[in-house]
Design a protein around this ligand. Structure first.
Ligand SMILES: NC(=O)c1ccc[n+]([C@@H]2O[C@H](COP(=O)([O-])OP(=O)(O)OC[C@H]3O[C@@H](n4cnc5c(N)ncnc54)[C@H](OP(=O)(O)O)[C@@H]3O)[C@@H](O)[C@H]2O)c1
Length: 333
């Protein structure tokens, strides 16, 4: 019997940007042991998707082509593979697909049960799909690496009080601002002039336009020294961060270049009180579940930059490459 086909968008080689995406009809994948077949309702893009296409991560993990990009999805369980315990056909879910296998720019995708969580009716598919890479990175940067407790009533409140979040209008930054404000912290944020009101509405206490002289030197308008910086913008030299840090200030860098990696090494071996910590997201289902719960409770929202039909996925791709999204870019089958 002929296999059922689905519409998908794939790359046949590295490079090419939006023009490198090809619309194809391919067989609907089948779930193996511990996997779910999802009918996708929304997929969000992340800069890492086009960075992989560009070959920037090729030395670490080379791609197998053809490759259907994107990992952050929300949808409905259509079938389950052997051994799946926690999900059944018809369940609504949010899932993070394997970074290098991808699969999100399509009508159906196979996800691992281990990185899939339930999605309650209060959380729309687009809001849920925004969460995996961007939400998990913001959460882990603040809590694991920044040591911040996201609970104002905690018996052991965060020692860090002043935080700087750069690129607070981006996919990661918008979640970082909202999550940080669940804790007992003062948030200074940077973004472009057009997004200042939005970032304030997400909870930032003070906002710097990164294109002004004050924004460029990251100086807090109220003269605060930062205990923790969640750095989500393009690389900024250590000499710019250093004078703005408190005595034990820590820069958590989610976009480290070679210079930041070197600075991090030097700060570590010299036992400097001020540290630079490059980080990589570690996908964890319990963290994703926590984030979905916060969206359900209305404590965090997904700022949506734009929604694009799968048929025009290349427009969404080009927008992500452009680097000026406000929140998350969503593709819908
Ligand atoms: N380490 C990890 O595991 C990890 C995980 C997730 C993401 N990342 C990386 O983190 C970076 C941010 O990701 P994202 O999803 O948030 O990106 P994004 O959504 O594409 O960020 C775009 C936003 O950044 C703002 N922006 C750009 N340069 C800025 C600057 N110098 N100062 C302040 N705002 C600036 C833009 O504002 P304007 O439009 O006004 O310019 C835009 O609103 C990417 O490089 C991504 O690859 C790393």
């Amino acid at each position: 019997m002929a296999e059922k086909l689905m519409h998908a968008v794939q790359c046949d080689s590295y490079g090419g940007g939006a023009a490198g995406l090809k619309h194809v009809e391919v067989p609907i994948p089948k779930p193996s042991k511990g996997e779910l077949l999802l009918k996708l309702e929304a997929t969000s893009l992340n800069p890492v998707d086009w960075k992989i296409q560009k070959g920037m991560l090729r030395p670490l993990l080379p791609l197998k082509f053809p490759w259907i990009p994107a990992t952050d999805v929300a949808g409905e369980v259509l079938d389950v593979g052997p051994g799946v315990k926690n999900f059944k056909i018809g369940d609504k879910v949010v899932s993070m697909l394997n970074t290098f296998k991808g699969g999100g720019l399509s009508e159906y995708a196979v996800s691992s049960e281990d990185l899939t969580v339930s999605r309650p009716p209060e959380v729309s598919a687009a809001e849920g799909a925004g969460l995996p890479v961007a939400g998990l990175t913001a959460l882990q940067a603040l809590t694991y690496h920044g040591g911040i407790t996201l609970d104002k009533t905690s018996p052991s409140p965060s020692p860090a009080t002043n935080i700087l979040i750069t690129a607070a209008s981006g996919g990661v930054g918008q979640y970082a601002v909202q999550l940080a404000k669940l804790g007992n912290v003062h948030v200074t944020a940077t973004c472009g002039a057009r997004n200042i009101d939005l970032v304030k509405s997400l909870g930032a206490d003070e906002v710097l336009d990164y294109k002004t002289p004050e924004g460029a030197i990251l100086k807090s308008p109220s003269d605060k020294k930062y205990d923790v910086v969640i750095h989500c913008a393009t690389p900024i030299p250590w000499s710019t961060f250093e004078p703005n840090l408190g005595p034990k200030g820590k820069v958590i860098d989610i976009t480290p270049g070679m210079s930041a990696i070197w600075t991090s090494f030097v700060k570590k071996v010299t036992c400097s009180k001020k540290q630079l910590v490059p980080i990589l997201l570690y996908p964890k289902a319990n963290n994703l579940e926590y984030l979905v719960g916060l969206v359900k409770e209305g404590k965090v929202k997904t700022v949506i930059d734009s929604k694009h039909p799968l048929k025009k996925a290349e427009e969404a791709w080009a927008k992500s490459i452009d680097g000026h999204a406000t929140g998350k870019i969503i593709v819908e089958p």
